[in-house]
Design a protein around this ligand. Structure first.
Ligand SMILES: *Cc1c(COP(=O)(O)O)cnc(C)c1O
Length: 391
């Protein structure tokens, strides 16, 4: 197998999920990339090798995944890491003391935490801006800002940021736009095509899709960033292992069919919750009256499969969680099974309560990662748990 070998697939992404990147194995004809479980490679003579020297630097199974995600996101190069946070950390390692990163007001809690508790110690600061409001964003762009890091839809209120508009602002200021595309996947949204410079993924979520692995990915648009991220990946070493790379390639083959079912279920559940008299508010970018609905329609295929909501007064969210029978109370998202989570005490607990409340992550907020189970079983579980929550 050759590092740069790419199979020209039909332009359609559903086909690329299966045949994209480095497909199969030339030597044997195997239709799947073998798991190259090796740390090192023998060299013929000094300075003469087959393109592989040491598996932190490069491994054929990981390279196959990296070529695949680069193709799916329409970038020049992809990089696979041991977790989404390892990928985020590698991207943030592009910056130096004195630089500042602007983040959207409801980014993933761990992204906030690594900036606040790790990078700040090295002199890389951050500022929080409501990136759904372009004027507010521009005001946050002090001369030391070197990058904007956004999620759209953002976690957990599913707020939508206009990626192309923010990319235009970033370009004009000569700074980088980094988009965490975990919630959408390249099937539903491709930020590099909208002008972003770097895409991040927690591949633990929809790309992995079965809640059985932890992985992260980066895709970059420019050759220059490809070289810099490869240097950081090799220098800091947070790489994805060959077996997990194989699992992720395997998972991505079914991404299209899984996402179609996730979204079909989510659209139905969002409508049921919206009509429910015991539900105060529903956050789902696929609802026509949602914040950013038009922008999301413009930049993404649909509203995805994450829904957040609050119960009406007189209903206790704690009892809702204990009332669920099928849907597990758990961190994470994007797996085939539906999960419910309490952002204030789980995914966003690392954000101070004052900041949480300012941005709307109330104690009563419930987040659902809608799985691909039978829709009637899911709605019965949700409506049953809402009934249980009545005080
Ligand atoms: C889970 C998540 C992360 C972190 O990824 P890990 O794989 O858990 O390290 C980053 N961003 C978003 C949006 C996430 O949901």
């Amino acid at each position: 197998m050759n590092k740069t070998q790419k199979f020209e697939t039909a332009g359609r992404i559903e086909t690329a999920f299966i045949h994209g990147g480095i497909y199969g194995d030339e030597q044997t004809g195997a239709v799947n990339t073998p798991i190259y479980q090796t740390s090192t490679y023998s060299q013929k003579e000094l300075g003469k090798h087959k393109g592989w020297e040491y598996s932190r630097t490069g491994n054929p199974t990981r390279a196959s995944l990296e070529a695949l995600i680069a193709q799916l996101e329409n970038g020049t190069a992809g990089f696979a890491f041991a977790s989404g946070m390892a990928a985020t950390t590698a991207a943030l390692s592009l910056f130096k003391s004195g630089d500042r990163i602007v983040i959207s007001s409801n980014v993933y809690g761990g992204t906030f935490r690594v900036l606040d508790k790790v990078f700040k110690n090295f002199g890389i600061d951050y500022a929080i801006a409501d990136t759904t409001d372009l004027t507010a964003l521009e005001q946050a762009l002090t001369p030391d800002v070197k990058a904007i890091l956004i999620e759209s839809p953002a976690n957990p209120l599913l707020t939508v940021t206009d990626i192309a508009a923010v990319a235009g602002i970033a370009k004009q200021k000569g700074i980088l736009l980094i988009v965490d595309n975990t919630f959408m996947t390249p099937y539903l949204q491709r930020p590099l095509e909208l002008g972003a410079d770097i895409v991040l993924h927690s591949a633990t979520k929809y790309l992995g899709g079965h809640s059985d692995l932890i992985a992260g990915l980066i895709v970059v648009k420019s050759e220059e960033l490809a070289q810099r991220i490869h240097f950081i990946q090799n220098a800091t070493g947070g790489i994805l292992q060959p077996f997990d790379s194989f699992l992720l390639i395997r998972s991505i083959k079914t991404l299209g069919v899984r996402m179609d079912r996730h979204v079909e279920n989510a659209e139905k559940i969002a409508l049921i919750l919206k009509e429910h008299k015991a539900v105060k508010v529903v956050y789902y970018p696929g609802l026509a009256d949602a914040q950013g609905y038009e922008v999301n329609q413009k930049q993404a295929k649909n509203g995805g499969a994450m829904i957040s909501f609050e119960l009406a007064d007189g209903y206790d969210y704690r009892r809702f969680f204990t009332g669920l029978k099928l849907i597990a109370l758990a961190e994470s998202l994007g797996g085939v099974e539906s999960l419910a989570c309490h952002p204030a005490s789980m995914t966003h607990a690392s954000i101070p309560k004052e900041i949480r409340e300012q941005v709307g992550i109330t104690d009563g907020l419930i987040r659902i990662s809608v799985g691909i189970e039978n829709i009637q079983d899911l709605t019965a579980d949700l409506t049953g748990a809402i009934e249980e929550a009545r005080m």
